[in-house]
Design a protein around this ligand. Structure first.
Ligand code: UDP
Length: 435
């Protein structure tokens, strides 16, 4: 597997302009609900920092309403281009595959009409964007760099009970992208191995570039102030879940664990609060009341707070106020929430799946748990919340661990990948000229 250092084309200039494709969700959407999550945060944070380093970024996304302007300046050097493709309104991801052609047509037309110049490279995010990006990159004769974010074969192996498997069309689409992308970017070494083992990817075309965290927004701060800010008393013991409320993220495991914790340590009952911050997404929790009903049946409805999606600055207060952030997901490509929590000085108890072993240092900045047995979570949570010295140690280690995962380092890695792709393309062109 290539590291960005190896992939870096040392003598090659960085791209001047890139086209980033984020077809199914806009970087302007609020993350934490519907189809907007970590990938949106990734696209926004990377685009802003690339632009700061002189690489102009156009993010192409599908227009979802008639009154959206065709282009929006998201930050200096970053333009969001809303491409009309298919009916307005939110569409199911499965339906979006039908509108790839009009989307690609819109992207090509926007480029042809744009006076700012051509794109040096295309970066696709998620398989649908990759499919669109591949056509555009071929038309423009530039490299395609692809980030999968999640992969159907991997997801299908870790489905939560009642979840619908990812469709065969997605699997085939991902197979194609693995064959035709110039470079694949994996969030973790584990994802790189999955690309090789489950998709037959060529290890030499994969670079691992971990995502990051905004270390200016997610900072440690006075806990009591943040508790007050979110309306909780200074002695509250807060178990926090942040993210899209879907079966795959297993908020139900947290609720069941909290109920067991109350049984194991009844003295915590009066101070314990479980906050679930985020909106509904995907299949499984059609009724917003589902978690309320579950909490009710577990006898803990009075200590559970369901909160709507919050802005990033507001989220920082939740993380600082929390005693521990719980990420019990069945599958997680990386787990930005885990890193954000640690950057705010709050340890994480997480499932030992996907990117979470990279995001959390087991036994140091948090605890990883195999499986999803609520009893296991309750046991670990009891230890973490009732041993102040251990908690303090983990909190300090959490801040240190998160400090090594900045978006700036992500952009360093990506620029290396971009340069490497451009260099390879130039040598391909040069060798064709010699024939
Ligand atoms: N998020 C947010 N507001 C919310 C809930 C979540 O901004 O109310 C953000 C969260 O801070 C994180 C992202 O949504 O950056 C979720 O990313 P993660 O990698 O944890 O999960 P994904 O959505 O990619 O599955």
């Amino acid at each position: 597997m290539e590291t960005p250092d190896v992939a870096r084309g040392t003598g090659t200039a960085a791209p001047r302009r890139i086209a980033t494709i984020s077809l199914h969700t806009s970087p302007l959407d609020q993350p934490g609900t519907g189809d907007a999550g970590g990938m949106n945060v990734y696209v926004v944070e990377v685009a802003k920092r690339l632009a700061e380093r002189g690489v102009a970024v156009d993010v192409f996304t599908r227009a979802t309403s008639f009154d959206q302007p065709p282009e929006v300046e998201m930050a200096p050097g970053v333009t969001v281009r809303n491409i009309a493709a298919g009916p307005y309104g939110k569409l199911d991801k499965a339906a979006l595959a039908r509108y790839l052609c009009p989307f690609v047509h819109g992207v090509l037309r926007a480029e042809a009409e744009n006076l700012a110049g051509h794109y040096d490279l295309v970066h696709g995010h998620y398989w649908l964007s990759g499919q669109a990006g591949w056509s555009a990159a071929r038309q423009w004769g530039v490299p395609l760099v692809q980030s999968m974010h999640t992969m159907a074969r991997v997801k299908n192996m870790a489905l939560a009970e009642g979840d619908t498997p990812e469709p065969e069309a997605r699997v085939r689409g991902e197979d194609e992208l693995v064959s035709f992308s110039d470079r694949l970017v994996a969030n973790t070494d584990e994802e790189a191995v999955q690309l090789v083992n489950y998709y037959g990817a060529d290890p030499d075309r994969i670079a691992t570039v971990p995502p990051g965290v905004d270390l200016d927004v997610f900072t440690p701060g006075p806990r009591t102030r943040s508790l007050r800010r979110i309306g909780l008393p200074a002695d509250a013991v807060l178990l926090l879940f942040v993210g899209r409320v879907q079966r795959l993220k297993a908020p139900d495991v947290l609720l069941r664990a909290a109920a067991r914790l109350v049984e194991r340590a009844p003295e915590l009952r009066d101070r314990l609060v479980v906050a679930i911050v985020g909106g509904l997404s995907g299949t499984g929790y059609a009724e917003p009341a589902h978690l309320v009903e579950l909490a009710d049946s577990l006898g803990i409805a009075d200590i559970v707070r369901l909160e709507p999606p919050r802005s990033r600055t507001e989220l920082a207060h939740y993380y600082r106020a929390a005693t521990v952030t719980v990420v019990p997901s069945h599958s997680e490509s990386f787990g930005l929430v885990a890193v954000e929590s640690q950057a705010c000085g709050t340890p994480v108890v997480a499932a030992n799946v996907g990117g979470l072993p990279t995001a959390v240092r087991d036994g140091v900045s948090g605890v990883l748990i195999d499986g999803h047995d609520p009893e296991d979570y309750a046991r670990v949570l009891q230890r973490v919340v009732t041993e102040p010295a251990g908690h303090r140690r983990m909190a300090a280690a959490a801040v240190r661990h998160a400090a090594g995962l900045s978006w700036s380092a992500t952009v360093d890695g990506l620029l290396g990948v971009y340069r490497g792709s451009l260099e390879r393309q130039q040598s391909r062109i040069a060798s064709c000229g010699r024939v």
